[in-house]
Design a protein around this ligand. Structure first.
Ligand SMILES: [Zn+2]
Length: 577
C-alpha cells in the first residue's frame, strides 16, 4: 500500500483541521481500510475559550459520519481534559458516556465512541481503521506472533476489548508499559489498527506503513495471492423465482420486507465451493463493526428457518444480563450457496449493497488468514455485544415510518421508465423509500436521478427472451418484485411468478392512456384476485401524465391495501369510459 498524500492538495488546506479532514478522506477513500462509517480520526488543537484563555480541544470524528466524505464540520470539538479524565472511571455505561461527551462538547454533535482513546494518546493526530490486511494477519490462531513478525517494535498489540472506555483503558495500559520512540501505532486484536503522529502527514503515513508491512508479511508467507474459481458454462444461473423465494423467506423471518442483492465472481464462487466453507464462515466477522450489516455469520444454503432458530439460540446463550433493549431480528443478512454465490439482504439498496461489499472484503480477509494460518474470530458473546449496541437499526427506521419510507424494503418495476409518465412515477416511488427498476428504451438516463435505489434496465422490445433477461437483472439487483406499474398489461404474465413471491403483497397499477384496454383490465383483475395480487388502474389524458403517475404509485400504497379492480380517472370532467 502506497501513501496517497498529495502536496498540492495538502497545500490547499487552510488549517490543521482541514488537513485532518483531508487525510481522513484519504483513508476513507480506500475500502480496504474502512467501509460504511467504520474507523475514526482526530486532531488536538489549542484555541481560546470565551474568556480568552487557551484551551486544548479534541476534534474527533462525529458518530455516523463517514471518513470517505468527512469535512471539518463533521468533527465534534470536545474539551480534551474533560474527556481524557474519563479514563479514571472503572466503568461507564454507554448512556452515561454519551452524557459526559455531551457535557464536554463545544457544540451539539455525537463524538465517536472511541473519543477517550483518542484523548489519552499523546499525539496531535490519531487514526483508527479496520484495515483488511492487518485483520487478515491478526485474526488467526497465532495472530500475536504473526503481528510481532510483521511489525517488530513499531506497533504494540492490544487484546480485544469492547469499544469505548474498556478499549481505551486497555490501550492506555499497553502504551504506558511498552511504548518507545519506535512506536508508530497499535494493533487492536480482532478489531483494527491505530496509528498516530505529530503532523497530519506523519500520522496518516504511519497508518499506511503499518498496512504496507502487513501486506509485505502476507506476501512473504505466500498468503497474499488469492485464486478464484470460474463458474463453468454448464452451471446454470439460479432462477429468478428461486432468488425471490429466498428473499421472501428472509423477509418473513425478519418481520419486514428486505431487498436482496446478488454478487458472483470467481473469488466468491471459489470461496463458497471450498470444502471447509462451513468451519471458516461460521467463525464470525473480521471486526465487530461488520456484524452490524452482515450479522455474526452467513447462512450457508437456503434454510432460513434453521438459521433463525440458531440465531435465537445465539442471543439466548450470549446476551449479557445487563444488555440494553435488543432489537435484533433473526433473519440472515448474508447467504452463501454454490448456486447463488453471495446474496446480501438490507432494508434499502444502500444497506444491501453495504452488506454485500463488506462480506466481499470478509471473503478476502478469511481467505488470506486461512493461507497464513487458521482464521479465528472473536467469541460469539463479544460479537453479540456489538450487534446489540449498534445493530437492529431497521427497527428505528421502521418505527419512524412516515410517508417518506412507507415502501422501505420493497421493490417496484416501472415500464416505459423514460416516458413522461414513467419519470414522475419513479420519483414518487423513490420518495416513498422503494427500490425501483425502470425498463428503459435505451435513451440516456437522467444522471441527477442516480441513486443505488434506482436501476435502469434497457428493454426496448416485448420479446420474451429480452423480458426474461430484464427480470433476471431486476432480481439480481434487488431480489424480487412487489409492485409493477405498467401501461402494458402483457407485462403482468412474466412478472406474475415474482409478484406471487412478494413478502408483502404483489400489486399492479395499470396506466391506461385515454382509457385504453379497460375491458381486459377488469378481466385480469378478476384473474389476479385468485393469487391475492391487487390490480388497479388509472386512466388519464396525455396532458395529465404527471398526476396519473403519482396516482399509480399511490395505488400501490397502504391506503389502497384493500382495493382491487378499481379504475381511477384523472381527467376530471372530460370523462372517458
Ligand atoms: Zn473500530
Amino acid at each position: 500500500m502506497k501513501s496517497r498524500w498529495n502536496e498540492t492538495e495538502a497545500a490547499r488546506c487552510a488549517d490543521a483541521l482541514a488537513l485532518r479532514a483531508y487525510t481522513s478522506r484519504l483513508l476513507g477513500s480506500d475500502k480496504s481500510l474502512v467501509m460504511h462509517g467504520g474507523g475514526n480520526t482526530s486532531v488536538k488543537l489549542t484555541q481560546p475559550n470565551l474568556f480568552g484563555e487557551s484551551e486544548d480541544i479534541l476534534y474527533v470524528k462525529g458518530s455516523g459520519s463517514s471518513l470517505e466524505t468527512i469535512q471539518p464540520s463533521d468533527f465534534v470539538p470536545v474539551r480534551l481534559a474533560g474527556v481524557r479524565r474519563l479514563i479514571e472511571r472503572d466503568s461507564l455505561s454507554s448512556r452515561r458516556m454519551a452524557e459526559e461527551f455531551g457535557a464536554q462538547a463545544l457544540r451539539p454533535g455525537v463524538p465517536s465512541i472511541e473519543s477517550i482513546l483518542h484523548a489519552i494518546l499523546p499525539y496531535k493526530y490519531v487514526e483508527h481503521t479496520h484495515a483488511d490486511t492487518v485483520l487478515a494477519v491478526a485474526n488467526t490462531v497465532n495472530g500475536a506472533r504473526h503481528l510481532q513478525s510483521a511489525f517488530g517494535d513499531r506497533a504494540l498489540i492490544v487484546p480485544y476489548h469492547h469499544s469505548g472506555l474498556a478499549l481505551a483503558k486497555a490501550c492506555a495500559a499497553v502504551f504506558t508499559a511498552q511504548a518507545s520512540s519506535r512506536t508508530i501505532g497499535m494493533v487492536l486484536l480482532h478489531h483494527g489498527v491505530l496509528a498516530f503522529g505529530h503532523s497530519a502527514r506523519e500520522s496518516y503515513e504511519h497508518m499506511i506503513a503499518l498496512v504496507d508491512a502487513a501486506e509485505a508479511y502476507l506476501h512473504r508467507q505466500d498468503a497474499w495471492t488469492l485464486s478464484g474459481l470460474s463458474r463453468e458454462a454448464k452451471d446454470a444461473r439460479p432462477t429468478t423465482a428461486a432468488i425471490a423465494a429466498l428473499r421472501r423467506d428472509i423477509s418473513s423471518a425478519a418481520g419486514f420486507p428486505l431487498l436482496l442483492t446478488r454478487r458472483d465472481d470467481p473469488l466468491i464462487h471459489g470461496f463458497v465451493n471450498r470444502p471447509d466453507a462451513a468451519p471458516i464462515t461460521q467463525q464470525g466477522p473480521a471486526t465487530p463493526h461488520h456484524a452490524i450489516f452482515t450479522k455474526r455469520v452467513p447462512l450457508l444454503g437456503v434454510d432460513v428457518a434453521a438459521f433463525s432458530a440458531q440465531y435465537r439460540q445465539y442471543i439466548q446463550e450470549n446476551r449479557p444480563a445487563t444488555a440494553e433493549e435488543c432489537f435484533l431480528d433473526p433473519a440472515p443478512r448474508i447467504t452463501l450457496t454454490p448456486e447463488f454465490g453471495l446474496c446480501a439482504a438490507g432494508i434499502s439498496a444502500h444497506h444491501a449493497n453495504a452488506a454485500a461489499e463488506i462480506y466481499r472484503h470478509t471473503i478476502e480477509i478469511i481467505s488470506r488468514a486461512s493461507l497464513l494460518d487458521t482464521y479465528q474470530a472473536l467469541p460469539p458473546a463479544e460479537i453479540l455485544a456489538a450487534e446489540i449496541e449498534y445493530g437492529g437499526f431497521e427497527h428505528a427506521l421502521l418505527a419512524r415510518r412516515t410517508p417518506a419510507n412507507r415502501w422501505l424494503g420493497e421493490i417496484a418495476l416501472v415500464a416505459h421508465a423514460d416516458s413522461p409518465v414513467g419519470q414522475p412515477c419513479i420519483a414518487a416511488l423513490l420518495e416513498g423509500g422503494a427500490a425501483v427498476a425502470g425498463l428503459e428504451r435505451g435513451t440516456a438516463t437522467d444522471d441527477n436521478r442516480w441513486t443505488p435505489a434506482y436501476q435502469g434496465i434497457t428493454c426496448a422490445t416485448t420479446d420474451k427472451n429480452t423480458r426474461e433477461r430484464a427480470l433476471e437483472q431486476l432480481v439480481d439487483t434487488f431480489g424480487g418484485l412487489d409492485m409493477l406499474i405498467t401501461d402494458d398489461l402483457s407485462l403482468i404474465e412474466p412478472c406474475l411468478p415474482l409478484l406471487k413471491l412478494s413478502p408483502s403483497q404483489g400489486r399492479v397499477a395499470f396506466l391506461s392512456p385515454q382509457g385504453q384496454a379497460l375491458t381486459v383490465f377488469h378481466q385480469t383483475a378478476a384473474t389476479l384476485a385468485a393469487d391475492r395480487i391487487r390490480l388497479n388502474a388509472v386512466s388519464y389524458a396525455p396532458t395529465e401524465s404527471e398526476q396519473a403517475a403519482r396516482l399509480a404509485a399511490a395505488l400501490c400504497g397502504p391506503l389502497f391495501a384493500g382495493t382491487s379492480g378499481a379504475l381511477v380517472p384523472v381527467h376530471g370532467f372530460n370523462l372517458v369510459s
